[in-house]
Each structure stands twice: as structure tokens, then as C-alpha cells.
Design a protein around this ligand. Sequence first.
Ligand SMILES: NC(=O)c1ccc[n+]([C@@H]2O[C@H](COP(=O)([O-])OP(=O)(O)OC[C@H]3O[C@@H](n4cnc5c(N)ncnc54)[C@H](O)[C@@H]3O)[C@@H](O)[C@H]2O)c1
Length: 433
Amino acid sequence: MKETFLKKIKDKEAVIGVIGLGYVGLPLNLCFVEKGFRSIGFDIDKAKVDSLQSKKSYIKHISSERISKAVGTNLFDTTTDFSRLKECDAILIAVPTPLNKNREPEMEYIVKTCEAIYPYLRKGQLVVLESTTYPGTTVEVVVPILEKSGLKVDIDFYAAFSPEREDPNNPNYTTETIPKVVGATSPEGLEVANAVYSQIVVRTVPVSSTHVAEATKLMENIFRSVNIALVNGLKMTFMKMGIDIWEVIEAAKTKPFGYMPFYPGPGLGGHCIPIDPFYLTWKAREYGMNTRFIELAGEVNTSMPDFVVHRVMEVLNEFGKPVKGSKILMLGLAYKANVDDDRESPSYFLMEKLEAKGAIVEYNDPFVPVIKPTREHPQFVGKKSVEISSKYDLILIATAHELYKTIDLPSFGVPLVDTRNLISMVAKGVFKA
Ligand SMILES: NC(=O)c1ccc[n+]([C@@H]2O[C@H](COP(=O)([O-])OP(=O)(O)OC[C@H]3O[C@@H](n4cnc5c(N)ncnc54)[C@H](O)[C@@H]3O)[C@@H](O)[C@H]2O)c1
């Protein structure tokens, strides 16, 4: 079984299926096509499938031209028909792994996907989970569902875990240039999964088990969450001392060893850092372990929007205005600079908290012209990005989009509260938060 699989990969005859055509799945799919493999993208969202079939991208940093090229090769296909999984030799899963209301892992997407795979599972296939999740998921959740097919892992099919390390819009790294960690349920499975990923990335990092691969991804994101919390905490302390944290970071990062810069902000955002660490917290409880660092970092980071709201109130107060009834323009709805991804964005929490205090809040974000339905903040759906003008009592900078740097924001004559050090100069009417 292994030799047949490896030969198919070597001869570029293997068909790659990617389930979930989002930020992670779509570039993955395109990479295989660009390396000469037939690749089928599966999604339950027909709108995405239709969009790709008409050569249109729905992700800002993936151009329609790239989609069009892929479609033109006749190697790229997309579908909502899961019976076509039979055609695939490798099936890669990149579906969401959010938290539920109790901040516990929401495994529904992985479970439903595996339920959709097993009726079509056939001998010799490889199934790889890419979604970020707790250690044990591949063996405890994915494999048992796949085995409902009557086939046995590592006898009839292979199972592996390979975490995604996509950093949307990072000009220095693409899917191909980021080393990829791969773990499987057997040495043969590892060899097979490794062969698949070696086709599209510069370097694979084989590890001894799916558990290690799952834990690696969590450790990377916990590292970020804890360090961001640390710098957020330091920011508040230094601010009381009249010290600018941004200047401190610039100075500290000149140390050529033993230091890595992290930057403060109005809170965590995106699909990963606010969520992934709690996958470990949840699983650790099963082992009687408390993950206090993770909890503390979560506490500090989730309190940042409150800190910013407090700063906004202080600044308005300096101008003799109450927050109630004040008109506030928030710059940036995306969770990070220069992307159109507003998932878990702290901007939503800022708007919500300011509005709860009676402020009238509008936003500007050229990347998010209108707020699409989100699970968390339904009250903002349909709200539209407005022009930057001087008609506001305060402008709150929540995201440091590059294009904001080309605008002379202080010239609007409106007090500015800057959570991102977008305006690095010390100027009248500019307040750091
Ligand atoms: N976005 C990132 O930068 C990033 C980075 C690293 C890891 N991850 C992880 O990768 C995974 C996917 O994240 P994403 O950002 O690509 O999510 P996404 O929401 O952009 O895409 C997920 C896609 O899966 C589809 N989907 C949902 N349920 C499905 C099902 N049952 N069958 C088929 N398709 C289904 C959705 O329609 C959507 O198109 C998550 O676990 C995430 O934590 C994301």
C-alpha cells in the first residue's frame, strides 16, 4: 500500500483533496495544483465553490489571477459533492476549530467532516487533519469516525496531523517557504504524509506522533499569546511611569540574542491566538492539570479593550466631553494590519463597549467595507465603513493599516487615541493607549 502511494506521488499521479476552502485550505489546494497535482477542493459553502469556478477569489491576499491560472491548468476542481472524495489519494482537512460559548473546543466541524469522509473512504488513502486542535484529536476523534467505514488505520488507510502555519499577508513567507511539521499514527503513515507535503514545502519536519504535531501547533500559539499578554501588562505599567512602551521595545529589540519583540494592542484577534490556547486548557483538565499561564494571558489580553475604553474616556474628559453622546470614529476593523479578516477582532469589543457607554461609534476600514454576519456580534451586521473626517469627537486607531500612515491624521484636529503606535510622533492631540 505504501509503495503504491509513494509511486503515485513521485509520478504526480496522486489526487489531492482539500476539505475547507478558507484561509488555510484554499492556498493549500492552489499549491498542489501549481506543483502539477490534480487537486479537488471540497466545501459545504456553495458560494465559495461557485466563486472559484468562476475564477474569482474571496480572500484579499489571494488574487483572482492566481485562481484563474489554476483553473486554466485543468488540474484544479472544486465541489460540494463529497462522494468525489473517492477520487482522492490524500484528503487534507482544513475546517474551523472555534470555541463554543463555554470557551471549550467546538469539534463539530471536524466531526461532521469525518462523518462526510468515511462513507467514501477506500483502501490506500491518506487522511490528514490540518485544523488546529488539542493533542489526541487525530487518534481519539478522527480515526474512530473513519474506522466506521470498516477499514482499519495503518492497515487499510493512513492518518496524520500536520498543522498549518499560514500567516496571511506576510510578504516574507508563503505556504511553500514555511517548514511543515508532520506526525502520523505509524512510521509508514509518516513516510506517506511526509512525501505529500514534501511536494509543496521547502522543508518538512517529521515528528514521532500526531500528538507531538498537535502539541507543537498549540505551543507556538500559546507562546504568542503569553508574550503579547506580557507586553500588554508592561505597557500599562510603563504608561503609569510616563514611559513609552514602543520606544522601549525598539531599544530592546536591538539585543541580538535572547529577546524577541512582541507588540501591545487593543486585544487579541483572528482565528488563532485568542482561541487555540484554550484547546490545551480544556484537554489539560482531563489530566488534572491547570494551565495557569494560558489563563492569565487570556485574562490580560481580554481585558485590553476595557483598558482602551478607559483611555478613551480619560481623553474625552480632557476635552470636557462625556463618552455618552460623543461621536467616535474607529480606524480599522480587521484584527491585524492590511488584511480583510475581522474574525475575533478586538474592534468589535471596542465598538460594543463604547456603545454600551452611550457613545455613537462609526468605523473606517477599506478592507471591510461592510460588516458581514459574524457569530459573536450580530448587532453590527450591515454597518458600513465611513469616510475619515473632522466631524468626530475622537478618532480611535485600532488597526495599523499601512494606508493610514499615508494620511495626516492629526490634521483633522480631532483627538486621536492610538493603540498601535501608528502615529509614532509625540504631537498635540495624540494619545497612546
Ligand atoms: N487563518 C489562519 O491564518 C490559520 C493559521 C493557522 C491555522 N489555522 C487553522 O486552520 C483551520 C481552518 O482555518 P481557516 O482560517 O482556513 O478557516 P476558514 O473559516 O477561513 O475556512 C474554513 C472553511 O471550511 C468550510 N467548512 C466548514 N465546515 C465544513 C464541512 N463540514 N465540510 C467542508 N467544509 C467545511 C467553511 O465553509 C470554510 O470555507 C482552523 O483550525 C484554524 O485554527 C488558521
